[in-house]
Design a binder for this molecule. Sequence first.
Ligand code: SF4
Length: 324
Amino acid sequence: MAIKPGVPAPNLASRMGEVDLREQGGVTYRELRSRSLLNKCDSPRMPFTWTVNPYRGCAMGCRYCYAAYTHEFMGITTPEAFHSLVYVKTGAEEETARRLAAAVKKGQRIALGTATDPYQPGEAQARVTRGFLEMVAQHRNARLGIVTKGALILRDLDLLRRIHSRSRLSVHVSLITPHAELARRLDPWAPPPDVRIEVMRRLVEAGIVAWLGLAPVLPAITDDEASLDLLLGRVAAAGVRHMFANVLFLRSPTKEKFLRWLAADFPAYLEAYRRAYADRVYFGGRYRETIDARVRVLKHKHGFADVERDRDFVEPKQMKLGWC
Ligand code: SF4
């Protein structure tokens, strides 16, 4: 689909609210009237059939956020706006309930948080994620994976426990560095590393399967062995036994946004990144193999399970999901 600045896709134009619901911490929230929270994902590369993204946009502000392209379908072509203008999905209850029941009946996997963080700050008031989990909690044998950086997930521990007791649930907490100052520069509005590790500890304590999502690994910024060792050691000490890692995937419009940030924050790396990502979406050469090997050794050292992927879910934000 050709993207035209200021021109939303026809199926979105009539659903986008023009009135601000509220302003919070420099983020504007607007309504997006939606038929269903569950969207079918037809990509054969994805291990789930349905995605749920309660919001369009994400206030966590991660510099490398792959999902920024989703705002282009709304005619918003400034990738930074993905973090400052967040659409809250409304009015989807009836069709969501119908699709959810059908998905559960067929044993299909559902991924919550593939292109937004379902526990970003706005969820405290909007409660769209909680509303969806309340629906899931009514079922048995649902298959749900959640990915988040938000400590607000602890608000919903009661629901998560209930879902875990009758369905298959895994929660992936994304964290790419143990260093608070670096995390603040990379994920400015996400909770600091200590808080995210505490979230994982509380999830494990509640009996829920928690994963560390170490993605994306950023060349020269977060990939040194000492930092990864510290991170995996601290997460393992919180009781987490599962993790996966993936290196930075960079494609327009995130690429331009990320390089602008790099020029300001890590100018010494700018040219190397430019060259490395000039004609490919992953860092070239044997970089991925080097990181895979490094992570494998550290996983073994810290007692993580020897599995690469959650069978019910993978970190999807580093892959193109199209309309999913
Ligand atoms: S990477 Fe995830 S948490 Fe960060 S801004 Fe994007 S959707 Fe939000």
